[in-house]
Design a protein around this ligand. Structure first.
Ligand SMILES: Nc1ncnc2c1ncn2[C@@H]1O[C@H](COP(=O)(O)OP(=O)(O)O)[C@@H](O)[C@H]1O
Ligand SMILES: [Mg+2]
Length: 333
């Protein structure tokens, strides 16, 4: 049997360009060379592509059999590349257009989670122009409904960029201005004190499955960009020290969060546990960090699925999903 040609797309225009390079290198190192021809497809910071065209040649022969997008954040994890690959009719790993876009937007994601009945911390949202027209009312509303500390976040970003922990009204203006520098839409959330951060990996398409949960112990006051990528002291504890009931609850919520945004392939669902052990869903990441030491693959490894087998599974799911789509009627007669 001939080898599958796997295009690994990485880099990209997002602020998480560097993280993507590291994730993609791990993926390319671990893809089984007996099964796959690995085709690196780097997107430079300015948006220019290296590597073969995603289009078939003039005779209709594709250059690629499947694409593995390893792009984090906007322009990659948000449905944009997924849309391009749909247009080219290429199978690709991970969530489709709608799920990618919804999961990248902290407001849309929360609305879908809320509609599914998932436990969320109290939150609020407003747009840039609303802040310009009535910051005083918004501040009063936030202080009344959420209290301090609160977390102020741009709606569409990742890696903790633009996020502030706000401990008093006096700090609110600067936090909102920072978030508004990144997005026209802001999310503000009640802050938990002494929260535990637990994450669970989900894999599959029609019947997704959850891994054992893991816990993050951030080196900083919160899991900010520095703590995520530069500080060696942030630790992962796998499996997370939880009782059996909590594990079951988290796995159930993780699968439901995955389905709430109509995710496919992979998704890492992140939770907070308050000091009483109450569980809240924080977010789903549709292209989680993917180095050998990242939480998503580590959790699968501990659940009995080693890194390169996980890549095989993700590619199988991509092909299965594509076949499923091809079976659907596209004509109207
Ligand atoms: N409501 C909250 N209570 C306590 N800590 C929070 C809260 N929201 C965010 N944090 C901290 O900020 C980090 C980044 O927030 P998150 O919403 O996960 O953004 P990102 O999408 O950038 O990862 C979290 O990992 C956590 O450490
Ligand atoms: Mg996060």
């Amino acid at each position: 049997m001939s080898k599958l040609r796997v295009g690994v797309v990485y880099g990209g225009r997002s602020g998480e360009h560097e993280v993507s390079l590291i994730s993609a290198q791990s993926v390319m190192d671990a893809l089984d060379q007996n099964k796959y021809t690995i085709i690196p497809m780097k997107i430079r910071r300015d948006g220019r592509w290296e590597g073969p065209s995603i289009q078939a040649d003039p005779a209709g022969n594709p250059n690629l059999d499947v694409v593995f997008p390893v792009l984090h954040g906007p322009y990659g994890e948000d449905g944009t590349i997924q849309g391009l690959l749909e247009m080219a009719n290429l199978p690709y790993v991970g969530a489709g257009v709608a799920a990618s876009a919804a999961a990248m937007d902290k407001v849309l994601m929360r609305r879908l989670f809320a509609q599914t009945g998932l436990p969320l911390l109290p939150w609020d949202t407003f747009l840039h122009y609303e802040w310009q027209e009535g910051a005083a009312e918004i501040k009063a509303r936030l202080a009344r409904d959420l209290g301090f500390p609160m977390f102020v976040k741009p709606a569409n970003l990742g890696s903790s960029v633009g996020i502030s922990k706000v401990k008093s009204v006096a700090e609110l203006d600067a936090a909102v201005e920072l978030a508004l520098a990144y997005d026209r839409k802001v999310v503000v959330e009640q802050g938990l004190i002494g929260a535990r951060e637990v994450e669970c990996s989900v894999l599959g398409h029609n019947k997704p499955q959850a891994s054992v949960p893991g816990e993050i112990v951030p080196a900083h006051e919160f899991y900010d960009y520095q703590a995520k990528y530069h500080n060696e002291d942030s630790r992962l504890i796998i499996p997370a020290p939880l009782d059996e009931k909590q594990v079951e609850q988290i796995q159930d919520l993780a699968v439901r969060a995955f389905q709430a945004v109509d995710c496919s392939g992979m998704g890492r669902v992140d939770f907070f546990l308050d000091q009483q052990g109450k569980v809240f869903v924080n977010e789903i990441n549709t292209i989680p960090g993917f180095t050998q030491i990242s939480m998503y693959p580590k959790l699968w490894e501990h659940s009995g699925l080693p890194y390169s087998r996980l890549l095989d599974r993700l590619i199988e799911i991509a092909l299965e999903k594509h076949r499923e789509r091809q079976m659907l009627r596209t004509n109207i007669s």
